[in-house]
Design a protein around this ligand. Sequence first.
Ligand code: ADP
Ligand code: MG
Length: 746
Amino acid sequence: MERQARPHKPAAAKPRASRARSSVDPRPEAGAPAQPTSAASRKPDDWLSEIAPGTRTKLANLGIASAFDLVLHLPLRYEDETRLVSIHEAPHGQTVLVEGEIVHSEITYRPRRTLVCQIRDSVDSEAGKAGNRGLLHIRFLNFYGSQAKVLAKGVRLRLFGEIRDGFFGAEMVHPKYRVVREGEPLSAALTPVYPTTAGLSQAQLRKCIDRALATCDLTDTLSLSSVPGATVLQKLRLPDFAASVRVLHHPPPDAEPSAFAERSHPAWRRIKFDELLAQQLSMRLNHKRRRDMRAARLAPSRRMAPALLAALPFSLTAAQRKSLAEIIDDLCRPHPMQRLLQGDVGSGKTIVAALAALQAIESGYQVAVMAPTEILAEQHYRKFLLWLAPLGIKVAWLAGNLKKKERQLALAEIAEGTAALAVGTHALFQEHVVFVRLGLAIIDEQHRFGVHQRMALGSNANYAGGKPKLEPHRLMMSATPIPRTLAMTYMADLDVSLIDELPPGRQAIVTKLISEARRDEVIARVHEACRAGRQVYWVCPLIEESEKLQLQTALDTHRVLSQALPDIRVGLIHGRLASDEKAAAMQAFQGNEIQLLVATTVIEVGVDVPNASLMVIEHAERMGLSQLHQLRGRVGRGANPIVQSLCLLLYQKPLGELARERLKIIFENSDGFEIARHDLRLRGPGEFLGARQSGVPLLRFADIERDIDLLDAARDAAGQILEREPAIAERHLTRWLGDKQNYLRV
Ligand code: ADP
Ligand code: MG
């Protein structure tokens, strides 16, 4: 169908699954001037640089920077214009092709100028014969005068669109249509619909793609090899690469529409496999590159760690011991550790990190401890000071508000090596902190940093010692559990340790959903808890659009609660406080001078005040799952078994579908992993990982949950190919990642 009356609407606006979103995402370098591709093999067919600059810019917006990118610009969906259905029998809510004659056509002016036509079905159906039921109303709100002329009584139309129940019965709004003669043949094959951008028509795109298909080198990167690649293709019954892309751009007449729509057709599976293979290869190469780097061998701590363990008021859980053993083992090796220490909120990651730090310190190396927020950094500083100072270790604190002199002193201590451990926010470490002997970097709540920062740390944490450059070992900590499929893909270059049990005596936190209308009851409950000697967090609503408004809300809430509860000591903490004010507020809460702490979401991560047993979260419906889980994890940390920790989620009606689902999930689940799995399902991997900003090439075609068999196969094949035929790995990576490979050289 050539004509489309509907004003152009880019496919990218479709709020569909994340897969569809990521497939139209401009990749990181899109929009930037086309960079020279390292591989010569992509050059000869690259006629893209010769086409009109306007078109080129539009293609660049779609992430298309080379002719070959067009080959991999695969349809977002397909339209089935191969079959006519009767108007009466057409399933409502589904896009269908119908045909009929215009029996009435008029322009109406109420409520606004609209072209309305009535179409009588020309496809026979029992109901169609029986009177009115084969009638369809079509409506155009935007139309040209010429269009109104064409759509006159007696004209036969073929219409493609979604039938809905309108006021007058079945109706289509702004359908695609074409004037046809009686008996005009239908399309022979499915029509691909591409992700596109404003001003670039499907027809233009199709032309470019066809040219790419005709000119680009589509040689299979895998089947050329006698072994691993070809074997896996046979085993999975996957077709040749060239055949696959051709089929996806030009489905054959006999194609099964659902196999194309659901991307289960072998051609789709082949492309998804190739994509997953490229990702697995690059992750493995990355891992290997790290293995080739050198790091200091750190002997297990014989003196300091046992001393700290002896001084602790608790003993480590089995899961903590196991994770620690894995870390100790890594640190003994001469190449840099890159380990993610995962454990649910409150599982006790910090002490494990501290014990790892002692291994570096006792071997004469320094340790950097980084946290995403000032509050969390400060809290780490206190903990490490408490644990390490008795062992004679000097801990430097790189607070944001240090006076110039103090700061210089701290930096000098780090540069000279008198400070064995330095704590600060990540931002602070990015500014010229020079270690004399950095052996270990500990990065808390790593999911907050993303991959870019992981890179930045590597280049910032200098190791000046006149010896060959040694990389620091790295320990990342995260309370956002990474579901297995994600770990296998986006995190495949990390080793993972898991603390899968909470310290004994921890209590389940009871979660309640309460409508905003019952706010008074909640305040009464807070009062009661404070009077019983417990402490309470009151988390103010997240107002993403305006930081100012967010601050105002916090101030208002503080005022209202202070007035409502005159006998309670109410404190306030928010992001706009100076860091010493924040620290003072946290300290006062820690010391029980403040009973009720009104807070913005600045307290989301890591804050640890065991006596706090009640948390109120306002407008919980606005918050993300992991945020709610993290916030809730601030309570339930006390050792007193009689105190029941409680999290009250206040919500405001009406609830959107997604918000309702999130609240249901957080209400029903306490296990961080389970919540993370739901979160991944709701948001898709890009959002979940924050990878969009961090530069990790996202999967465009494969769906790691649905295509788990391909993922497993790609993982195996990657290992074999790298071992036996590295040239194939190189060729495959060049095809799929081109110069994006640099992003993976973390
Ligand atoms: P997270 O894993 O969320 O960072 P923390 O390291 O802050 O958790 O630990 C939460 C609390 O549990 C801290 O007060 C910590 O001292 C305490 N803790 C850690 N390990 C144990 C343990 N094995 N037994 C009892 N309490 C522990
Ligand atoms: Mg923590």
